[in-house]
Write a protein that binds this ligand. Structure first.
Ligand code: SIN
Ligand code: FE2
Length: 225
């Protein structure tokens, strides 16, 4: 109801054109889904991503068990994550190019830091950003992110492109998993007591995204050393 001259200022907060409050879902004691958090960064993220990928192209790595991953990987930052028959590790050099991994673009750093901050992890300075590309059918089995030197900093995960169903489990592989649908621009942050929780991604369904086509790109920012 609108009465001339007495409209309370608070009503303006709910006007149609006002920015919506950030939707934040808590999925663990120190784990959060920040819906759409990355959207304001995307116009700057995509050109930076393209530049990183020209220097460190996507590749399908082989696990120590000899399986070729359905997800294609790249990295940027001081350290990149690799896997081959000898194991998982962080390296300063991209084994495919023999060059250092591309530096972490400023906008990537800004996005990771502000998402960590919003989830209660102020002061996060990632030194590694893994870049995963899922085409329809690609998946990531349940695993822990545990190749980092310490676990005092969170993992900050950004989803771009077509949707995926993220599985968020517990401290044991056999623990029940929550299913968390992730869309373009969503960010998941898990740290503290949740840092080593098992997680994975169900096979990505066929879909097309207006900017990214038939793919889902995921960044995971970590502090490797
Ligand atoms: C990962 O666990 O490294 C990737 C998670 C995701 O793609 O959402
Ligand atoms: Fe992971």
């Amino acid at each position: 109801m609108h009465r001339k001259g007495t409209t309370p200022a608070t009503l303006d907060l709910f006007a149609d054109d006002s920015p919506q409050p950030l939707a934040c879902e808590q999925i663990g004691p120190r784990s959060f889904v920040l819906r759409g958090f990355a959207l304001p960064f995307i116009d700057r993220v995509l050109p930076s991503l393209a530049s990183v990928l020209t220097r460190a192209p996507f590749r399908n790595m082989v696990t120590p068990g000899g399986r070729t991953m359905s997800v294609a990987l790249s990295s940027c930052g001081q350290f990149g994550w690799t896997t081959d028959r000898s194991g998982y590790q962080y390296t300063r050099i991209d084994p495919q190019t023999g060059q250092p991994w591309p530096g972490m673009p400023e906008v990537f750093m800004e996005l990771a830091r502000s998402a960590a901050d919003a989830a209660g992890f102020a002061g996060f300075v990632p030194d590694a950003c893994l870049i995963n590309r899922y085409i329809p059918g690609a998946k990531m089995s349940l695993h822990q992110d545990k190749d980092e030197q310490g676990y005092e900093w969170p993992v900050v995960s950004i989803s771009l492109g077509i949707p995926a169903m993220f599985l968020f489990g517990g401290q044991l592989r056999s623990d029940a998993t929550q299913r968390v649908p992730l869309f373009h621009g969503d960010v998941v942050v898990w740290g503290g007591e949740d840092r080593l929780r098992f997680h994975g991604v169900m096979p990505v369904k066929q879909a097309e995204h207006p900017q990214l086509g038939e793919q889902r790109i995921n960044f995971t920012f970590r502090r490797a050393r």
